[in-house]
Design a protein around this ligand. Structure first.
Ligand code: CDT
Length: 312
């Protein structure tokens, strides 16, 4: 029996700060219906899909900050998404800001099965940006102020007839993310992202933003023999240009489907999960070829420590 999973990368265009969640959900429902028309079984939405990318704003009032967070999932504005997806028999992956009952703030993504049940929850591990207001920047990137790092690592779930993992935006730049998932046999990694094209600490990287986006996801797919689905909230959001180029990447590292606009758009691919074996059982047969005893620094050391300079 083949294990072909048809997946829709449901890219969103900009979400303005004033746009109500109910309206964003309407946009998502339109993408869900398009996905159904194209026989998708799983639809992937971006990171922090329900609101504008609020870490660009410096806020001191905790009530204002919390207004961007979801206290329940599904909640009043997201219930229609759960109900419609269940009716259509489509699963989905959704990124949102999570406020837990005991007051923790996470950048979270959930995997919802075709019956509407939440099959998995992932909380972002790698939080980029800064903690304090930095007025010299054209816009802020205050994820490290508003979120706590996810404490649960990178789990995988048996779902959609395969082994599914999740990661969020900046996680995709770190090879450790893919390898930890790869070591659990992952066959599809779902990644939502919001990536401003301008990188204030080193603007020379701006022109390479699109290249780096695909580079890291294609490498992660190939080196771990897994499908990767990367989905953007792109376009000009409140004056900040964000990368689009959502893509579905095969275990070969080749892009199977890609979005071509900066707006709401669906890219669909029929993903044969058995293709993962071509890589997992050959060149990247981990059990045969990996040398974990030689990689100890990866878990023992956080920052780079160059050797001492030789005295002349
Ligand atoms: N959302 C997110 O993680 N964005 C980062 C932006 C670069 S760091 C300021 C990313 O890695 O795409």
């Amino acid at each position: 029996m083949t294990r072909v999973l048809t997946v829709g990368a449901a890219q969103l265009g900009p979400v303005e700060r004033s746009e109500p969640r109910t309206h964003v959900v309407e946009r998502m429902l339109a993408l869900l219906h398009r996905a159904k028309d194209q026989r998708s079984e799983l639809v992937v939405f971006p990171e922090l899909a329900l609101t504008t990318f609020f870490p660009r704003w410096y806020m001191e009032d905790p009530t204002e900050v919390d207004s961007f967070f979801e206290r329940e999932m599904p909640g009043p504005s997201t219930r229609p998404l759960f109900e419609e997806a269940r009716k259509l028999g489509i699963g989905f992956c959704l990124g949102y800001a999570e406020l837990t009952p005991d007051g923790h703030h996470y950048n979270t993504q959930i995997l919802v099965e075709r019956d509407g049940a939440i099959a998995g929850k992932y909380r972002k591990v790698h939080l980029p940006g800064h903690e304090e207001h930095e007025p010299w920047r054209r816009f802020q990137h205050l994820e490290r102020r508003y979120f706590e790092p996810g404490p649960d690592g990178f789990p995988v779930w048996r779902a959609f007839n395969g082994i599914v993992g999740m990661a969020i935006c900046n996680d995709r730049r770190w090879p450790e993310t893919y390898r930890v998932l790869g070591l659990q046999g992952v066959e599809m990694i779902l990644i939502g992202y919001n990536t401003p094209i301008h990188y204030a600490p080193d603007p020379s990287q701006d022109v390479l933003a699109a290249f780096h986006n695909h580079l890291v996801m294609q490498a992660g797919a190939y080196q771990n023999g897994t499908w990767v689905v990367g989905v953007a909230k792109g376009g000009n959001e409140e004056g900040v240009d964000s990368l689009a180029q959502s893509a579905i990447i095969a275990p070969s590292g080749v892009i199977a489907a890609q979005c071509h606009t900066n707006g709401d758009e669906l890219a669909v691919a029929a993903c044969d999960l058995d293709l993962c074996k071509n890589y997992k059982e050959t060149l990247f047969n981990f059990d045969r070829y990996r040398r974990p005893d030689q990689y100890k620094l990866i878990t023992e050391r956080r920052g780079a420590v160059p050797p001492p300079e030789e005295r002349s």
